[in-house]
Each structure stands twice: as structure tokens, then as C-alpha cells.
Design a protein around this ligand. Structure first.
Ligand code: AMP
Length: 381
């Protein structure tokens, strides 16, 4: 976007305003804040600025006030008091956008065909603008009409500054990281992150696995009792473990109940009983991981180490978060639960880069590409 002349042009920016809202109040404005510089730049460069976003999952593909962008427009009016901001409900037949004003199109998920990437809909969107700017990194792993479809049919398509920054940081970490690069991959299921684990094992010097993923690795040689793990992936985990430097826990926090106030007991990983749930790492493991992380020059983090929502099982995730925050390494984090943990432990300002994408962040690391990038590159050719 920064390379194009925007003056007097209808510039349609796809943003990601899919923020958590309760009773018309925005709970976390991170994604909106991240989009503001792009919007302000386009306004300053005398474009006729139009923005569009999805919000939530409306059950029908039609207007539903519970999923209106109205609370976001209210928020924007506060943030940009000098700008006239209009929320437009019916726009597929055409709109009037003016220089110096901000036109916000209602939730794209009210339109039939949005999530199926319907071509007819994408062409209608394309008619609304002279330039399409894709800046919604958070939805970039999906091919929807307002992302890939629009990028295909708009007269001119490009990516915006926020998207560019995300790609720049992620590409640097993947292609040319300061080493050692330590990746932390936690969370519930190895099946959803196996390809990612494979990609990471090619670029990282060591990988710390946590959560249900670590339990699946433990199950190669140990009884894991009732712990969350995926027996179908034990064999593949073993192949990876033999080839790469994957750190698995030596001691863990267990309980015989999966419940919020249950007490944690530390056990060696070769001593787990049939009734145990492994819910977090033990202290010996945590201490050795702190030493490993303190030597890292780059740290990439996705997914909690344990059930951090339960106070007695958050130490692993908390210590990892604090260690990253105190480290001089370049650190990058992404993913919904990871950001929730970062917020919970108050370390947001000490992480070098927090991605606005969860799925897109993971997909880009996994494939070194995103569908929208292929389309825009194709069009550049
Ligand atoms: P994901 O969405 O795959 O990143 O998984 C995040 C969820 O995994 C969080 O809600 C954690 O509570 C959960 N989790 C982490 N460790 C464990 C564990 N050992 N057992 C069960 N759930 C876990």
C-alpha cells in the first residue's frame, strides 16, 4: 500500500476487527489498535477510505444486530474524533465514499457466499474500490470472498503495512534467525500441530513441547494415565524425537481429577499412575528449560505448557512467559491461548513481537506461505 498513489482513489482496506465484545463493550482492542496506523495513513494520503471486516460467526448469512460492527464504529469515533465515520449496512450495489471520511462496511459475514469465497460476491466487493488493501493478517489463513476473492478481482490489490510487518518479522525468524532459535510448542493436540512441528524442527535448534503435545511424546516410553494425549501420533512423535532436538519433561505436575481447585503433585515422568492426569511441568523440568531459554537468541512461542487456566497448574506456562519476558532474545508469540497467557502474566510489553494472527501465524510458519500471498504474487506477475 505504501508504494501506491492513493490520492482520490477508493481504497478498500480489509481489516481484522474480530475482537472480543461483551455487552457492546470491547474486551481487548489489540487488533483495532494494530489497524489504526494503516487507516490513518490512507486518510492522510487523501484516499476515499473504506474498511471492511468480519466479526464473530453470525448463524445465518444475513443481518443480525448481535454481530453488527456498531460497537467498533463507536470505538473508532472515540479514537478518531476529527473524522466523519459512517457505518453502511447495504453496500453491495455501490456506495459513496469521500476523501477525509471513513466508510465502514457492515460485517462481511452477513453476505451470502463470504466464507465460501463466492466469485459473484467477490466481484461485487471489487466494484466498490479502485485499490484493495489486504491488512487482515488474523484471517489470512482462510480463503474468503473479502480476502482471496477480492484480491483476485479488484483492479489493484496489495497488502497493507500491518500485514507487511507480520510477514517481515516471521520471514526473518524463519529464514535468518539469530541462533540458537528455541521454539516452544504447547497446547492440547499434536494432531492439529503436527505439520507445524515438522516445519519447526527444520528451522529451530531446539523445540520445547508442552501440554497434550508433550504428553504424546511422553507416551512413547511412559504410562501417561488419563492425560490428554493422542495414541495415533505416538509413532510419528518417536520418529521426530529421534531426528531432532525435542525437549520433553522429566517431571510433571499431576492430579487424579481434571478440575480447577484440585491439588498438584509432582511426579517423575516414569512414575505416572493409571489415574493421573498430567496437567503441567514439574520444577526440575521448568528449571532446565529456563537455562535453555536463557541461552536462546530467538524464541518463538505458541501454546501453553499446561492447564494454565487452573491456578495450581500454571507454573510451567508462567515461568516460560517470565523467562521470555526477561530475556534479551528476539521473541515472537502468537495464538489465542498464548496471548491470553501473556495477558494473564502481565508480560505483553516485554515480548519483542506479538502477532495479530493465531491460525495465520501458525499456517505461515507451517507452509511458508498463505493463500492470499499466492494470489497477490500471481497478480504482480
Ligand atoms: P490449543 O488450543 O491447542 O493451543 O490448546 C490450549 C489448551 O490446552 C488450553 O486451554 C490448556 O488448558 C490446554 N492444555 C494445556 N496443557 C494441557 C494438559 N496437560 N492437559 C489438558 N489440557 C491442556
Amino acid at each position: 500500500m505504501n508504494e501506491l498513489d492513493l490520492r482520490n482513489k477508493r481504497v478498500l482496506i480489509r481489516v481484522d476487527f474480530n475482537v472480543p465484545i461483551k455487552k457492546e463493550k470491547i474486551i481487548s482492542d489489540t487488533r483495532i489498535i494494530a489497524s489504526l496506523p494503516t487507516i490513518k495513513t490512507a486518510l492522510k494520503r487523501n484516499a476515499k477510505v473504506i474498511i471492511m471486516s468480519h466479526f464473530g460467526r453470525p448463524p445465518e448469512e444475513s443481518y443480525d444486530y448481535r454481530f453488527s460492527l456498531f460497537p467498533i464504529v463507536k470505538y473508532l469515533k472515540n479514537k478518531l474524533p476529527d473524522i466523519q465515520i459512517n457505518l453502511v449496512k447495504n453496500y453491495l450495489g455501490g456506495i459513496k465514499a469521500n476523501i477525509g471520511e471513513l466508510t465502514v462496511l457492515e460485517n462481511v459475514r452477513f453476505n451470502q457466499g463470504e466464507q465460501e469465497n463466492d466469485e459473484v460476491l467477490a466481484k461485487k466487493y471489487a466494484k466498490l474500490c479502485d485499490i484493495f488493501v489486504m491488512d487482515a493478517f488474523g484471517i489470512a489463513h482462510r480463503s474468503h470472498a473479502s480476502t482471496c476473492g477480492l484480491a483476485k478481482f479488484a483492479e489493484i490489490s496489495c497488502i497493507g503495512p500491518l500485514f507487511f510487518k507480520e510477514l517481515e518479522v516471521l520471514t526473518r525468524v524463519m529464514k535468518n534467525p539469530s541462533r540458537p532459535l528455541v521454539a516452544i510448542l504447547g497446547g492440547s493436540k499434536i494432531s492439529t500441530k503436527f505439520n507445524l512441528l515438522n516445519s519447526l524442527s527444520k528451522i529451530a535448534d531446539s523445540i520445547i513441547v508442552g501440554g497434550g503435545i508433550a504428553n504424546t511424546f511422553l507416551a512413547i516410553h511412559n504410562n501417561v494415565g488419563k492425560s490428554l494425549h493422542e495414541p495415533n501420533f505416538v509413532k510419528s512423535a518417536n520418529i521426530l524425537l529421534n531426528k531432532h532436538n525435542i525437549q520433553i519433561p522429566i517431571d510433571v505436575r499431576v492430579s487424579t481429577e481434571f478440575s480447577e481447585n484440585t491439588v498438584a503433585k509432582i511426579k517423575q515422568t516414569n512414575n505416572i499412575s493409571d489415574n493421573d492426569f498430567i496437567l503441567d511441568f514439574g520444577d526440575k523440568t521448568i528449571n532446565s528449560l529456563i537455562l535453555l531459554l536463557n541461552q536462546a537468541k530467538t524464541i518463538l512461542w505458541n501454546g501453553p505448557i499446561g492447564v494454565f487456566e487452573f491456578p495450581n497448574f500454571r507454573k510451567g506456562t508462567e515461568m516460560i512467559a517470565q523467562t521470555i519476558a526477561n530475556s534479551d532474545a528476539f521473541s515472537i508469540a502468537g495464538g489465542g491461548d498464548t496471548l491470553a497467557a501473556i495477558d494473564l502474566f502481565g508480560v505483553k510489553n516485554n515480548i519483542s513481537y506479538i502477532s495479530t494472527g493465531g491460525g495465520a501465524f501458525l499456517k505461515f510458519i507451517e507452509d511458508n506461505n498463505l493463500p492470499i500471498i499466492s494470489i497477490i504474487k500471481q497478480r504482480v506477475k
